[in-house]
Ligand binder design. Structure first.
Ligand SMILES: Nc1ncnc2c1ncn2[C@@H]1O[C@H](COP(=O)(O)OP(=O)(O)OP(=O)(O)O)[C@@H](O)[C@H]1O
Length: 257
């Protein structure tokens, strides 16, 4: 897998979105969305609640289908894949959900083993144990291995959720509101973890958020989604050095730290 990663054209985006539209009935959510994410980049998608950020990453992961336009992920046109091909692609995408999505009746170890046991049936016990240890150490929670999710804090659950997606060694990480509902110190820990994941696991990521501190800390590039389309894209400072009243007001309402 490592060779495959290194051999893919350096300048070819790992995610390429062109002219994307998506409506639900009369609700036109995404309108002419275009975005490139390159290897090793963290791209933050910023936008107000209900602007279509989650819809966008669900389309990228093949969980929703667009009305028109194209989404290419790791060279594959997602909407053209059959079920088997889609499953294979999804194994290369780590999806960190807003609610962490841990199984409450399983220990941390069992939660982490689950994707491996289900998707990599040939692995030996020793290899599974090594993978669990590796991702738990990566998120700084080796001591929680035998705990139940209910015994963890919100920030710890979030980190275990990230560890569970890392266990399949994804090439792409999609983070849906990674800091939502967390206190400021825990937010900083999650931001640092997102940056460490990029370095240690060689991932490319989309981070969707309305948390400007998170955007500034994690985004190599920031794309501002306004009224269903990207209004501005660049570094954090470039995006907010803007005369667009909508961008200014987003900044003023959200930059509270
Ligand atoms: N499966 C669906 N069926 C119908 N409408 C949907 C569906 N999923 C999303 N929507 C609508 O699409 C719009 C965008 O939703 P989305 O969840 O992408 O917003 P968001 O930007 O991620 O907001 P938040 O920050 O609150 O999570 C909303 O109006 C929502 O009601």
């Amino acid at each position: 897998m490592e060779n495959e990663r290194q051999n893919r054209g350096k300048d070819e985006p790992v995610i390429k979105i062109r002219d994307l539209y998506k409506s639900f009935g009369s609700n036109r959510v995404l309108k002419d969305v275009n975005l490139d994410v390159y290897k090793g980049e963290n791209v933050v998608v910023l936008g107000r609640s209900g602007t279509g950020k989650s819809v966008l990453i669900k389309i990228i992961a093949g969980l929703l289908t667009q009305d028109s336009g194209s989404v290419c992920v790791l060279g594959e046109d997602v909407s053209k894949l059959d079920d088997k091909e889609l499953l294979e692609l999804r194994l290369k995408i780590g999806f960190s959900f807003q609610n962490s999505a841990l199984y409450d009746s399983m220990t941390v170890r069992e939660n982490l083993e689950f994707p491996l046991v289900r998707n990599k049936k040939h692995l030996k016990r020793k290899e599974i144990d090594a993978s669990v240890e590796r991702v738990l150490t990566a998120v700084g929670l080796a001591q929680t291995i035998n705990q139940m999710p209910s015994e963890l804090s919100g920030g710890q659950r979030k980190r275990i959720g990230i560890a569970r997606t890392l266990i399949l060694n994804p090439e792409i990480m999609l983070y849906d509101e990674p800091t939502a509902g967390l206190d400021p110190i825990t937010c900083i820990e999650i931001n640092n973890l997102i940056n460490r994941v990029k370095e240690d696991f060689n991932t490319s990521s989309i981070i969707i958020t309305h948390d400007l501190t998170c955007a500034k800390a994690t985004g190599d590039r920031v794309a501002m989604l306004l009224e269903g389309t990207f209004a501005k894209e660049g570094t954090f400072d470039e995006v907010f050095d803007s005369n667009d009243g909508r961008i200014k007001s987003f900044y003023n309402y959200n930059f509270i730290k």
